[in-house]
Design a protein around this ligand. Structure first.
Ligand SMILES: [Zn+2]
Length: 235
């Protein structure tokens, strides 16, 4: 399956052909729908075809590498394999996920040295959990640092490295729980010059300014060594 969002996060729709349909959902030969993973929710949207349309309520990973399953609204009439479709994501929701997801990279950047134990992107609020001792994190200081980075409007780029290069640079991995995807022979690094660089398969905005103003809603203690930073977009 061709995963268009990996090269172009701004692709809102694509023409595709139904590859298969089973109890889990619909597989296409290519897609713009991001599957739930790495803390970012799966896309929702529509598959339009000559006989009607199917609302997609979630997108999930299938069985193998690059296998993406589009989950239809229950009770939908499903297009048969071979049917041409126009696949279109709910762009407003996805764009918020892109802004939020990129913002979480910045939260990592302003807490250097802390390992990530969990993260969840949402359209309304997002959180990152860090393995940090009980010292108080400065909520206002973190918010100010985040918005300074956003105002600098640094471009968000990609670098591809081999699995061996990643193994030789374990410091690139900030997450304890999510391992970078293996099996491709190469790993995509998200590179925000001078700010953050780590393996990531999610969707991001092209420049930091596109995130807009961020708010730190709260910092919670979630256990002895776990601090949760909750952020929201200001608009
Ligand atoms: Zn990312």
């Amino acid at each position: 399956m061709e995963l268009i969002f990996r090269e172009d996060a701004y692709a809102k729709s694509c023409s595709a052909t139904v590859a298969s349909v089973d109890e889990r959902g619909i597989r296409l030969d290519r897609t713009v729908f991001y599957p739930n993973g790495g803390g970012q929710p799966g896309d929702t949207g529509l598959l339009r075809h000559a006989g009607g349309e199917v609302r997609i309520i979630d997108t999930v990973k299938g069985d193998g590498i690059d296998d993406v399953v589009h989950v239809p609204e229950p009770g939908s009439a499903l297009p048969a394999p071979g049917t041409p479709v126009e696949a279109e994501i709910d762009w407003d929701r996805r764009h918020r996920h892109m802004r939020m997801h990129t913002a979480l990279h910045l939260v990592c950047a302003v807490l250097p040295g802390a390992s990530i134990t969990g993260a969840q992107v949402g359209a309304e609020r997002s959180r990152v959990d860090f393995n940090l001792p009980a010292e108080a994190l400065d909520k206002d200081g973190i918010a100010a640092a985040l918005n300074t980075l956003i105002a600098a409007d640094t471009p968000v780029g990609f670098l591809w490295i081999t699995d061996e290069e990643l193994d030789a640079n374990p410091d690139l991995i900030r997450t304890l729980t999510v391992k970078p995807p293996r099996g491709y022979g190469r790993v995509r690094l998200v590179d925000i010059a001078g700010v953050d660089r780590q393996p990531c398969g999610g969707t991001h905005v092209a420049r930091l300014g596109e995130i807009g103003m961020l708010e730190v809603l709260k910092i919670e203690n979630k256990g002895k060594q776990n601090r949760r930073v909750v952020v929201a977009l200001k608009d």
